[in-house]
Ligand binder design. Structure first.
Ligand code: CP
Length: 310
């Protein structure tokens, strides 16, 4: 059970039952979000610190809203305006924040493994909000929550993850989650953006977008993670858009009704055309809404769980 764990560091270490426990609990919190007063007293007296060492729009705002809707006290920490700039280490920073009687830390960090490191050095829970190119567990959970709303269950779905798989924590967490819940996953992108031996994670690989999309139920479109690339991996953005960008033509050829997901931020005209982004904005924004409920569920369960308070 997730409520018996100290922290959520990745999807890789979760059992399918624990993933479903989070997704089912998130359903109750979706109902809370539809109320006029979107607040329950579940984490009253609990202090959550949000440590963001990398930029974020969705994850950071979503965690903050989730914490406030659970009645937690919230401490927002931005590395760019902190004493990290004066050379303070991650461990010392976290120890000092914990000394102010915080109970949980939500952290985004540019280094893979930073959340595991922190978890070994603090007493409270650590929630991974994205660590380097390693994992982004709550993103995969909110993607799955959205797929369950559309398809009912994940088992048996054919899902394509398209783009810069090599540098994507979203791809890694999605692969772990979807394969654990019985989906068939294809990863697709330029050969330079597909990790060596990715098939070991139980996925099929291809660089042919049209083959990947044929008969797929959904495609999760990823941004090119230029900030993590050591050298150019594609000849040009224009060619990437032509061969790998999701356009109306490619979707039309793939058969009717494919669901398009995007974790954001979107680079319109590169990995997704402006028209496809507009036509599928309902689902893409539903992912964002579901992120709040999923993060409420994770915070709530890690703090002990039990019946969701009304
Ligand atoms: N999907 C996602 O992690 O977006 P942010 O970088 O804006 O948090």
């Amino acid at each position: 059970m997730i409520s018996q764990r100290k922290s959520l560091l990745g999807i890789r270490e979760l059992d399918p039952d624990e993933i479903l426990e989070i997704l089912d609990t998130a359903e109750s919190f979706k109902e809370v979000q539809s109320r006029e007063i979107k607040k329950v007293p579940a984490l009253r007296g609990v202090t959550v610190a949000n440590l963001f060492f990398e930029n974020s729009t969705r994850t950071r705002s979503s965690f903050e809203l989730a914490e406030k809707r659970l009645s937690a006290d919230v401490l927002n920490f931005s590395a760019s305006t902190s004493s990290v700039k004066k050379g303070e280490s991650l461990r010392d920073t976290a120890k000092n924040i914990e000394a102010m009687s915080t109970n949980m830390i939500v952290m985004r960090h540019g280094s893979a493994g930073a959340c595991h490191f922190l978890d070994r050095h603090v007493r409270g829970s650590v929630i991974n909000a994205g660590d380097g190119q390693h994992e982004h567990p709550t993103q995969a959970l909110l993607d799955a929550s959205t797929l369950r709303e559309i398809f009912g269950e994940i088992e048996g779905l054919k899902i394509v993850i398209l783009g810069d798989i090599e540098h994507s924590r979203v791809a890694r967490s999605n692969i772990h989650l979807l394969t654990k819940l019985g989906a068939k996953v294809t990863v697709c992108g330029p050969p330079t953006m597909l990790p060596v031996e990715i098939e070991r994670l139980g996925v099929t690989r291809t660089s042919d977008v049209r083959t990947a999309l044929r008969n797929a139920d959904a495609v999760n479109v990823l941004r090119i993670q230029f900030e993590r690339q050591q050298e150019p991996l594609i000849p040009s953005i224009r060619e990437y858009a032509q061969y790998f960008g999701i356009t109306e033509d490619k979707l039309r050829e793939s058969g009717e009704g494919i669901t398009v997901l995007h974790p954001g931020p979107i680079n319109r005209g590169t990995e997704i055309s402006h028209k496809v982004a507009e036509d599928h904005s309902d689902v893409i924004l539903r992912q964002v809404s579901n992120g709040v409920a999923v993060r409420m569920a994770v915070l709530y369960l890690l703090y002990g769980g039990g019946e969701v308070p009304s």
